[in-house]
Design a protein around this ligand. Structure first.
Ligand code: B1M
Length: 230
């Protein structure tokens, strides 16, 4: 019997708390199949998708972040952790993105800014926005201002969102907003910003319309924005 099969039997035998802890360990070890399997088991046991996401996946990645910061984990390992997290997220996606609204709340363009390749948080925000009823256009990672401008022209979004995970890339959000302002776009288009190193103060300083602390909050605030703008 392979190790994988051994692991499969053990995961199913664990109680909820043990399983969540094991999934955090598996995420840390970059074990995509096991993290996906654990995700499915929790869903089958009736767990809410948001709880699986928060307790097992996001918490697992938080632990990874600490060891990454402290030089215990390095980029190749953390990439594997990211892939494992994405494995679990792919099972949650259809549930989180299932729209509670039959009619679209409008188009939401989102992308990670230039110089930054972190996309897990942005992807989560996208899923929650879809779940809230937005049509999401995801520009991916490493976006210069030109990409946002092109997407605005093409998709006429109700809201535009930017993500940054690095203190070195977050100032670029200000560059994008300044360019929107110069072109008269900022008056018409609410710009939301988010990402781990940001806070409300920073969002205010760069003239962003709204700061989204996390994915759920971003989706809630986005609904309020389109409600207000109608
Ligand atoms: Co990166 N990395 N990384 N990394 N990485 C961080 C961000 C870091 C904090 C790690 C650390 O030192 N503890 C640190 C930044 C330090 C700083 O800037 N002060 C860091 C570093 C230094 C780097 C490199 C420079 C490392 C190197 O090369 N030496 C490098 C930079 C690459 C680049 O972008 N140019 C790098 C690379 C990578 C990987 C490629 C290995 C990988 C990314 C893989 C991927 O995304 N596909 C990676 C990862 C995984 C992380 C950590 C460990 C996890 C990030 C994550 O996915 N979190 C991270 C440490 C950490 O944050 N704990 C770290 C889970 C996610 C659900 O949360 O992204 O915060 P988060 O999203 C949240 C909210 O922030 C918010 O909602 C989300 C869900 O609730 N949100 C938004 C996010 N975007 C939003 C947009 C919105 C609204 C809300 O729009 C409106």
């Amino acid at each position: 019997m392979s190790d994988d099969q051994d692991e499969e039997i053990i995961l199913k035998d664990l109680d909820d708390d043990e399983l969540v802890e094991q999934m955090q360990d598996d995420l840390y070890d970059g074990m995509t199949a096991e993290v996906s399997e654990g995700t499915q088991i929790l869903l089958d046991r009736g767990w809410d998708a948001n709880a699986v996401l928060t307790d097992a996946l996001v918490e697992g990645m938080r632990i990874v972040g600490i060891d990454f910061r402290d030089g215990i984990l390095f980029v190749p390992e953390v990439l594997q952790c990211a892939n494992a997290m994405k494995g679990g997220m792919s099972l949650l996606r259809p549930i989180l993105a299932e729209s509670e609204n039959s009619s679209s709340l409008g188009t939401y363009v989102i992308g990670t800014v230039k110089g930054d390749i972190h996309d897990i948080g942005k992807n989560l925000v996208g899923m929650m926005l879809e779940g809230a009823g937005f049509e999401v256009i995801d520009l991916g990672i490493n976006n210069p201002v030109e990409n946002y401008l092109e997407a605005i022209d093409k998709h006429k979004p109700a809201i535009l969102g930017m993500s940054a995970l690095l203190t070195t890339t977050m100032p670029y959000m200000g560059v994008v907003i300044e360019e929107f302002d110069k072109r008269g776009i900022l008056k018409e288009l609410p710009v939301m910003v988010g990402g781990a190193p940001l806070n409300q103060e920073f969002a205010d300083a760069i003239n962003a319309h709204t700061y989204g602390r996390d994915a759920a909050m971003t989706a809630e605030l986005a609904k309020v924005i389109v409600g207000k703008n109608r």
